[in-house]
Design a protein around this ligand. Structure first.
Ligand code: NAD
Length: 274
């Protein structure tokens, strides 16, 4: 651990992220994979992918071939046992934890009547309780190190919308805003900053799979919505990752408890009529 600290302090890095250890939940694909790439390549950080999808193993191997330090750890963020095992392995392999990106999430549709108790528990268990459990495990590791830290939660604009078919998802992401603000205050005395990034619309694997099976009318509406985006395109995982890298870096050392929306203007556009 001492060796790791010495190397961190001596490494030149504009952002202070070189050789820091970053855990990215849900980093095996989609936005998470973009976050893994930017921390490893732009920040020069060591990255731990914590995901239930073992696709992260091949991803980590690919980045290692490019000279990046990336490892995959099998972990379900809704299970304390998995998290404690993963956290111990990361601390053992990398010597500590500096940054946590809570990105893992699921987005099943459902309104009040169609959301049953099992679906509610699953969404809240992964999207909200999973973040609580990850913070509960990572914060003590950051405090033990004594060099501060950064937690970044990946939220959603659905938390502020009145759409009726994303009830559990929207509530889980609304809870993340409260958790971000609460933990930002509670952990500030340890120099641990907590912020939230709201992605706009990213054509991740998860998002594209939700388009499958849509009728022509709904699909046409999606096409027109994309054309109506103020900055002219959907976001990529890299767009979201850049915001996360900034928030984790020294450039954001006085920023905590904040929401950063990366949506190309989606939230300020004039709505389409059907
Ligand atoms: P995705 O489905 O493409 O990827 C999600 C990743 O999380 C997968 O690798 C999956 O295996 C992992 N995961 C799921 N459950 C897990 C669990 N219990 N433990 C560990 N890992 C788990 O999704 P995405 O579109 O890349 O979304 C990533 C995050 O961004 C989510 O929190 C999502 O709510 C949020 N988001 C996405 C969009 C978008 O447009 N795609 C918009 C707003 C917010």
């Amino acid at each position: 651990m001492r060796e790791r600290r010495r190397r961190t302090m001596n490494s030149p890095s504009f952002s202070g992220l070189a050789h820091k250890t970053v855990i990215v939940t849900g980093g095996s694909k989609g936005i998470g994979a973009g976050i893994v790439e930017q921390f490893a390549k732009l920040g020069g950080a060591r990255v731990a992918i914590a995901d239930v999808d073992s696709q992260g193993e091949a991803l980590a191997e690919r980045w290692r071939k490019d000279g990046c330090e990336v490892r995959y750890y099998s972990c379900d963020v809704s299970r304390t046992f998995d998290i404690e095992r993963m956290m111990a392995a990361v601390e053992n392999d990398f010597g500590g934890v500096d940054v946590l990106v809570n990105n893992a999430g699921i987005f099943p549709r459902g309104d009040l009547m169609s959301t049953d108790e099992a679906l509610w528990d699953r969404v809240i268990g992964i999207n909200l309780k999973g973040v609580f459990l990850m913070c509960k495990a990572a914060a003590p590791a950051m405090i033990r190190q004594g060099t501060g830290g950064s937690i970044i939660n990946i939220g959603s604009l659905h938390s502020a919308k009145g759409e009726d078919n994303t009830l559990a998802y929207a509530v889980s992401k609304g809870g993340l805003i409260t958790m971000t603000r609460n933990l930002a205050h509670a952990l500030a005395k340890h120099s641990i900053r907590v912020n939230c990034v709201h992605p706009g619309w990213v054509a991740s694997e998860g998002e594209v799979s939700r388009w499958e099976g849509l009728g022509t009318h709904e699909f046409d509406h999606i096409q027109r919505s994309i054309q109506n985006l103020p900055l002219g395109r959907m976001q990529t995982g890299t767009d979201i990752a850049n915001a996360a890298v900034f928030l984790a870096s020294d450039l954001a050392e006085q920023i905590t408890g904040q929401m950063l929306t990366v949506d190309g203007g989606l939230s300020v556009r004039r709505p389409l009529s059907d």
